[in-house]
Ligand binder design. Structure first.
Ligand code: BG6
Length: 489
């Protein structure tokens, strides 16, 4: 974005801003990427002023970076901020914001980013008030950044989009899925499309199935009021897991241009076989965690979490199988699962290759030969692991499993907060890592039959022990007896 710019953050005192946005923006300051005359406006309800807010930013950064905080960069960063106190429903607060943006020299602001880090119930209010107050008519370019969840189902997503589009063009809307900001997620694209040896293997002839796991050790924390209305299918599968699936399954785009990339992702979503009510119990499974122990700590059952209804049917775990009906993937199941209070925090994409067509070594001492796997560990481990066979040293012709492992990052390379890349892209106007509305729409369509069915019945809600890998019933999704969940990268 050229020219001076105001970056307005709504919900500035929320957890997301404190833990993710502020550190990411500070990182951009540190590495010299905020050299434009960029100023931030923090908008929140608390009765604070700019000085108080700046102390808060300083404390938040000090807590996160400790002795590693670069004091000069932090000072520069903090000076960019102003604070505007306001309620999302109060037109006067938006007038106040307008005045802040237009002073001290009216007209100096050429570009504005509005970042909605607020509960989704307030999206529409804020968007309308921005327009009513004339904030969309300030000269220059405007961008609006919307956090997930984008709607709670297909209908509400379309309504929200229609409202946004009344005020902004699609090119101005930046829908965030922070998984696309993760370096190891972006690496899926580079690994697939920067290596010519991968492409010939990347299809139904060589791949038996794909597993995508996003496992979390933590429970729902203090987010019951959101999570209990959402559940894992909406919270994780509709966005993060389906995004990972599109990156694994998409065709090579003609360029890295935002639309070329997103066109290919949408094609994948469109090719996912519609889940029918008849097939539903065979392809999707939900569960809640019971009470138990995780790492020596006693934890409550999902239904006993503060704020969760005693009879809640909301799932804290989902396993779901998709088929992609196109030439590349016909007959290759994609098994996805995600859950809270599982045995470990692991996000990974695991590709299981087909067995060799003829088992030459079946009479050797190497019994139960494992298949070849290619595993992308996305977090917390960041690696690419290829499991192949090679001859074991010794007198006999025995194959031995060889793990070709590479850490994604060298020791001196620091991980980036996923938001750093995304915020940079917002400022620079690169939309490739943001979700276009047809992607959102298709992702809701893909899960809609399951959402609808689960909301109408309490049947088949399984349970699992905290600290386990989920309900044992999740095994039933596999199509072949030799297939099973891979729990470790
Ligand atoms: C969020 C979900 O989008 O992603 C949370 O709302 C989840 O429930 C989180 O815990 C996981 O993100 P990450 O980056 O920690 O894997």
């Amino acid at each position: 974005m050229s020219g001076p710019c105001h970056f307005v953050v709504f919900g500035a005192l929320g957890h997301l801003v404190t833990t993710k946005l502020l550190p990411a923006l500070y990182h951009l300051e540190l590495v010299g990427r905020l050299d434009e005359p960029l100023s931030f406006v923090a908008f929140a309800r608390r009765d604070w002023d700019t000085e108080r807010w700046r102390v808060h930013v300083n404390n938040a950064l000090a807590e996160q970076y400790g002795a590693h905080l670069d004091v000069a960069a932090a000072r520069r960063f903090i000076q960019r901020f102003e604070y505007v106190k306001g309620d999302y429903t109060d037109p006067a607060a938006f007038q106040h914001l307008l005045a802040r943006i237009n002073t001290p020299q009216p007209g100096i602001c050429e570009n504005v980013v509005f970042y909605l880090a607020i509960p989704p119930d307030h999206f529409v209010d804020v968007v309308r008030r921005l327009d009513d107050a004339g904030l969309n008519s300030v000269v220059g370019q405007h961008r609006i950044v919307v956090e997930k969840p984008f709607g709670t189902d297909l209908v509400s997503a379309r309504e929200l989009n229609a409202e946004l589009r009344r005020h902004y063009e699609e090119e101005q809307v930046y829908r965030i899925d922070h998984y696309l900001g993760k370096e190891t997620v972006q690496n899926l694209l580079v690994f697939r499309f920067a290596n010519s040896v991968i492409e010939p293997l990347w299809n139904r002839h060589y791949i038996d199935h794909v597993q995508i796991t996003v496992a979390e050790e933590s429970g729902i924390g203090g987010r019951a009021s959101y999570f209990d209305r959402s559940g894992t299918l909406r919270d994780m599968v509709q966005n993060h897991l389906l995004q990972l699936l599109t990156l694994v399954a998409m065709e090579a785009p003609a360029s890295l241009d935002a639309d070329a990339l997103r066109d290919e992702k949408v094609k994948v979503l469109r090719s996912i076989r519609q889940i029918t009510v008849d097939s539903l119990n065979d392809v999707a499974l939900r569960a809640q965690y019971e009470a138990g122990e995780v790492n020596g700590a006693v934890v409550s059952a999902y239904r006993d979490e503060p704020g969760v209804a005693d009879n809640s049917n909301t799932e804290s775990y989902v396993a779901i199988k998709f088929h992609i009906d196109n030439w590349r993937w016909r007959g290759v199941p994609f098994y996805l699962r995600s859950g809270k209070r599982l045995a470990a925090r692991h996000t990974m994409v695991a590709i299981r290759f087909r067995d060799p067509p003829h088992q030459l070594f079946c009479d050797t001492p190497c019994e139960n030969m494992e298949p070849n796997w290619l595993v992308f560990a996305i977090q917390p481990e960041e690696s690419i692991r290829f499991e192949l066979y090679a001859r074991e040293p010794g007198l006999s012709m025995t194959p031995r499993l060889l793990r070709i492992d590479t850490n994604y990052r060298a020791e001196h390379e620091q991980p980036l907060n996923a938001y750093a890349t995304l915020l940079m892209d917002v400022i620079e106007g690169d939309r490739s890592l943001f979700i276009r509305f047809d992607e959102v729409e298709m992702a809701w369509q893909v899960i809609e039959p399951v959402l609808r069915h689960w909301s109408q019945t309490s049947e088949r809600l399984y349970s699992y022990a905290p600290g386990s890998w989920g309900p044992k019933e999740a095994r039933a999704l596999f199509e072949k007896p030799y297939q099973s969940w891979r729990n470790q990268p």
